[in-house]
Design a protein around this ligand. Structure first.
Ligand code: 5AD
Ligand code: SF4
Length: 448
């Protein structure tokens, strides 16, 4: 979601005549797009602001803006910082060019956030956002051949630990016609993979002309677009609603990648209840069984949180058991961090010591690592189709190195990372790679 917002901001500034600077030292304007989901992300922004303060001493005319969820959450409090000139929430991104131009010309501070995010009629804000987003369909593609497309904004779910409903506002689905139009234009620009985005994308619902559209309908419509070859969607909430239809679309439509990211958060029913997640561990596992029955080779990824208030060793062992049973392709594990304004922060004490959170985090990751290792080994000797992203950022050892070619990275439809040597101009194209070596998270091979 944030990567998409950054791309939209970049495009709208480029449209207004700005260009990207090589470094902050050369920039007239520095914008930081922020995330509020964990305290750590916010701390990093604050320390980065300290660094900018230093640069600003020798460049007093430099404009510094904080945009995104942290801007929405802290609003005027951030503007009090002498380094910051612009504070702009996620719903105000359509105003960014105006805010930046004004700040450069008038040297006045500007605050643009939603006053009462929960009370604002969703329609009011979404109209401006919708127009903005539909206009910038040819936004910066950070990875060649791929684009994120928002299916919906906001969230109504109010998991007790989560700040998203407070900073991104209520759930709003975008009109299917706007989404389809946008993807058609992206396909015309060479985009082959679209990833439909939503905090709870499986809840996508739009009523138009007496017809109701759900995510499965959207997947069917996107599948018909010429040029689009792969379609993914993230993130899914474990719920029965629309579930069979979505999985059936995945099974029936060859373009829909067999990949499901469906966070469980915990394997303890007591903790799930305290988190206001509306399912039990066994219901969650039943959903995974159902997914595998409908789409046999589906790759599933999960998110977990350790150290939620009141999480005992027994609760944590419930999470370990769930991970063992779920056989994820990979999962992301986070240490609980209280977010101001959320129910968990207001009502529950952050009573699990940092040291225990750390240990549980490491333990859960190591349980998953063994599973990922087993699953990745099944690819040995097989040939996979990958969409090439570009140069591999991390240099990997590869005994089958093709002389003269750099190391590239790509992903399979199921989202497995594949590293191999090949020509740079393959970025944005498909390639066939024979897997010769594996690690838990990465497959290595030779291009065919
Ligand atoms: N503390 C730690 N992790 C969190 N997440 C969401 N809120 C918090 C929090 N307060 C995690 C969840 C979610 C992922 C995006 O971030 O696991 O799925
Ligand atoms: Fe946050 Fe829960 Fe909504 Fe996901 S579903 S964004 S965790 S409130």
């Amino acid at each position: 979601m944030n990567k998409l917002d950054t791309a939209l901001v970049t495009s709208s500034l480029k449209e207004a005549g700005f260009s990207l600077a090589e470094s902050e030292k050369e920039a007239d304007v520095v914008l930081i797009n922020t995330c509020s989901v964990r305290q750590h992300a916010e701390q990093r922004v604050l320390s980065h602001l300290g660094h900018l303060k230093h640069i600003k001493k020798s460049k007093p005319n430099m404009v510094v803006g904080v945009i995104g969820c942290m801007a929405q959450r802290l609003g005027a409090e951030l503007l009090g910082d002498e380094t910051i000139d612009i504070v702009c929430g996620p719903a105000q991104i359509p105003q960014i060019t105006e805010l930046v131009t004004k700040a450069l010309q008038e040297k006045k501070k500007a605050l643009a956030v939603t006053e009462k995010i929960r009370q604002k009629a969703p329609g009011e804000q979404s109209k401006a956002l919708e127009e903005f987003e539909s206009f910038f369909d040819s936004y910066d593609k950070q990875i060649p051949g791929q684009a994120f497309v928002r299916a919906m904004r906001g969230c109504n779910n109010f998991c007790t630990y989560c700040v998203v409903p407070y900073v991104r506002g209520p759930e709003v689905s975008r009109p299917p016609a706007a989404i389809i139009e946008q993807i058609k234009r992206l396909a015309g620009e060479g985009v082959k993979l679209v990833t439909l985005l939503g905090q709870m994308v499986n809840a996508y619902k739009y009523n138009s002309n007496g017809k109701s559209y759900c995510l499965a309908d959207l997947l069917n419509m996107v599948s018909e677009i010429e040029g689009i070859e792969w379609i993914r969607f993230v993130t899914s909430y474990p719920a029965e609603e629309f579930y069979n239809q979505i999985l059936k679309a995945m099974a029936d439509l060859p373009k829909v990648c067999n990949y499901l990211h469906m966070p469980a958060q915990s394997g303890s029913d007591k903790i799930l209840k305290a988190m206001n997640r509306n399912y039990t561990a066994s219901q969650y596992l039943e959903l995974l069984d159902k997914a595998r029955a409908i789409v046999p080779d589906i790759a599933i990824a999960g998110d977990f949180m350790v150290g939620f208030p009141g999480e005992t060793e027994e609760d944590f062992q419930g999470t370990v058991r769930l991970v063992e049973k779920a056989r994820y392709k990979n999962c992301f594990v986070f240490k609980y961090s209280p977010r101001p304004g959320t129910m968990a922060d207001k009502r529950l004490q952050d009573d699990i010591p940092q040291e225990i959170k750390r240990r549980r985090n490491i333990e859960l990751l190591s349980v998953q690592e063994k599973i990922s290792d087993e699953l990745s080994k099944q690819f040995l000797g097989k040939t996979v189709k990958v969409l090439v992203e570009g140069l591999s950022k991390k240099p990997h050892l590869n005994s089958f190195e093709k002389k003269g070619y750099p190391q590239l990275v790509g992903r399979t439809a199921e989202n497995w990372i594949v590293v191999f040597n090949g020509p740079m101009d393959l970025a944005g194209e498909f390639a066939k790679v024979k897997i010769t070596r594996t690690s838990p998270l990465t497959l290595f091979g030779e291009m065919i």
